[in-house]
Design a protein around this ligand. Structure first.
Ligand code: AVJ
Length: 321
C-alpha cells in the first residue's frame, strides 16, 4: 500500500457549513429545521448502528443480503481493476462484500466529511487488502467534486452509494446529486441502494421502534448541540414524531416541543411554542420504476436492479451513458 495515498486528503472545504451556522439558520426559519447530516457524531453513529440491528428496521439486513447474493454479478458489471468510489460514511461491512467479490479492484476511494471516520476506514481495511490503493478523501459530496485520476493507465470508476441515503434528499435535490455523482464518476457506473414504497404500517414501525432507539437518535441532535455548542435544550421537552406522508412517499421526522419553552444557543434565544415541530429528516421511498425514471432523467442508463422477495429494498446498477 502506498502510505502517501492513505492519509485523508482534503479536496473541498467542508468547514464552511458548520453545525453552529446551520443550526442557527434552521432555528430562525418560520418552520424550524435541523439538517439531518448532523445526526452522525460519535454517539449518533452508534445509535444509527443500533437502529440497523433493530427488528423493525429491515433496510440494512435486506440490502446486505442483496449485495451478498448478487456480488458476482455486481463485480462483473463493475469490471476489472476498478476504482470503487464510495459517497459518504458508509458501512465497512457493505464495502467488504464488494471488495471481496470485485475483480482485481485497484483502489477504494471513500469520500466523507469526517477525517476521523476515514482514518478508521483505512486502519481497518489496509491489513486485509494489501494490494488495494486506499484513497480516503475528506470532501462534501454535495458539492461538485473532481477526483484526481490515479497515476498510470486509465482506471474505470465504480460509484457506491448504499443505505438509501439518497432518500434524505427531496426528489429535485436527489436528481441533482445523481448528476453530480455521474460527473465525478467520469463514465463509470453507480451502485446505489434505495428503500422502496411499501405498507405504511411497516414504514411507520421502522421509524418508531418499540425500544425507542430512533427517538434517542433524533434527540441526539439536541444533546449534541448542548455538548458542542453550549446550548441548553431540554431533550425531554421534545417528542420524537415520525409520520409517513403517503402523498409525498416519505417518512418525515420531527422533534415536537412538548411545552412553551425557550432555548439559548450561541448567545441567541429561540422560542418554541407548545406543539411546535422542528423538522429533522425526510426519508423518501421510491418504487423501482420511479427511481429508474429519476436516474434516467439524471443522465444514467438504469441497467440491473435487484430486490428481495418482499420488495422491501432495491439495489440498482446505473450506467453512465
Ligand atoms: C441512513 C438516511 C437511510 O432514512 O432510514 C434511520 C436514517 N433515520 N432511522 C433512513 C434513519 C431514522 C436512514 N438513512
Amino acid at each position: 500500500m502506498d502510505t502517501n495515498l492513505a492519509r485523508p486528503q482534503t479536496i473541498a472545504s467542508p468547514g464552511q457549513n458548520s453545525f453552529a451556522d446551520s443550526l442557527l439558520n434552521g432555528l430562525r426559519k418560520s418552520s424550524k429545521e435541523i439538517a439531518c447530516k448532523y445526526f452522525y457524531d460519535e454517539a449518533g453513529s452508534r445509535l444509527f448502528d443500533a437502529i440497523c440491528d433493530l427488528p423493525e428496521y429491515y433496510q440494512t439486513r435486506t440490502e446486505m443480503a442483496l449485495l451478498a447474493r448478487h456480488a458476482a454479478e455486481i463485480a462483473a458489471l463493475m469490471g476489472d481493476g476498478a476504482e470503487i468510489v464510495e459517497f459518504g460514511a458508509g458501512s465497512l461491512r457493505k464495502v467488504r462484500i464488494l471488495l471481496d467479490a470485485a475483480r482485481n479492484p485497484r483502489a477504494y476511494t471513500p469520500l466523507d466529511i469526517s477525517g476521523d471516520y476515514l482514518r478508521h476506514v483505512v486502519r481497518s481495511l489496509a491489513a486485509d487488502y494489501p494490494a488495494l490503493i486506499l484513497r480516503p478523501l475528506v470532501a462534501d459530496f454535495m458539492l461538485p467534486l473532481e477526483i484526481p485520476h490515479l497515476p498510470g493507465a486509465d482506471t474505470p470508476r465504480a460509484g457506491f452509494f448504499p443505505g438509501s441515503t439518497i432518500g434524505n434528499f427531496k426528489p429535485d435535490a436527489a436528481m441533482a446529486l445523481l448528476r453530480r455523482m455521474r460527473a465525478t464518476l467520469g463514465g463509470g457506473g453507480l451502485l446505489i441502494g434505495v428503500d422502496l414504497v411499501k405498507d405504511p404500517a411497516r414504514l411507520h414501525a421502522a421509524y418508531n421502534d418499540a425500544a425507542g432507539i430512533t427517538a434517542l437518535f433524533n434527540k441526539n441532535l439536541l444533546v449534541r448541540a448542548n455538548r458542542e455548542l453550549g446550548a441548553d435544550f431540554d431533550p425531554d421537552g421534545f417528542a420524537h414524531y415520525a409520520p409517513y406522508n403517503a402523498a409525498a412517499h416519505r417518512i418525515e421526522m420531527y422533534l415536537v416541543s412538548l411545552k412553551r419553552q425557550s432555548v439559548t444557543l450561541c448567545g441567541q434565544r429561540f422560542e418554541f411554542a407548545q406543539g411546535e415541530p422542528v423538522h429533522t429528516e425526510d426519508s423518501h421511498k421510491y418504487t423501482i420504476e420511479s427511481f429508474r425514471e429519476m436516474a434516467a432523467r439524471a443522465g444514467f442508463n438504469p441497467r440491473a436492479v435487484w430486490t428481495d422477495q418482499d420488495r422491501l429494498f432495491s439495489v440498482h446498477w446505473l450506467e453512465s451513458r
